[in-house]
Design a protein around this ligand. Sequence first.
Ligand code: GRF
Length: 200
Amino acid sequence: MLRVGVLVSGGGTNLQAIIDQVEDGRLTGVSLEVVISNNAGAYALERARQHNIPAVCVSPGDYPARVDFHRALMEKLEEYRLDLIVLAGYLVKIPPEMVARYPKQIINIHPSLIPSFCGVGYYGLRVHEAALARGVKVSGATVHYVDAGTDTGPILLQKAVEVKEGDTPQTLQRRIMEEAEWKLLPQAIQMIADSHNGKA
Ligand code: GRF
């Protein structure tokens, strides 16, 4: 069984896609052990609570220095003995010691076809604003392993999504979520679970 922790900061629609697929049996060999957010008000934490998944807030603002926050986050992760950490809209920079502690055990979903529209400052609607400003006809989403950089780790899965005439950042974001993100992230977790559980 792959023990999975999900790190979130916002609404949690990607988390919900994972929860739904575990609960309806489409995603197998996975145990959702904890959802951790830097934001106590993140609706993603409410989604976890609604599904009886431990929902924990570890907020940088609760610690005197960033190093103390990093220590608290690492200690919380250790508690759950995780095999995979999923960043599902987690907007806090991952501490280097966390990347070192969990080599190829942290994945991230990014709402573009990396290497386009990614890196520092490209998150949420800003990604789609940049794609529309450039005039791309195709965008999409990427699941990649997390390394010490920002959106720079090895790519695991990608899915292209058509940009439509008249798209706004909001309509493009929604289409990419529905057609790509909510499919790719569970798919990536299943690949890793199958490998972990000896099924691949
Ligand atoms: C998604 O667009 C994801 O690609 C990006 O942050 C957003 C999170 O949305 N990393 P949600 O919290 O999963 O609804």
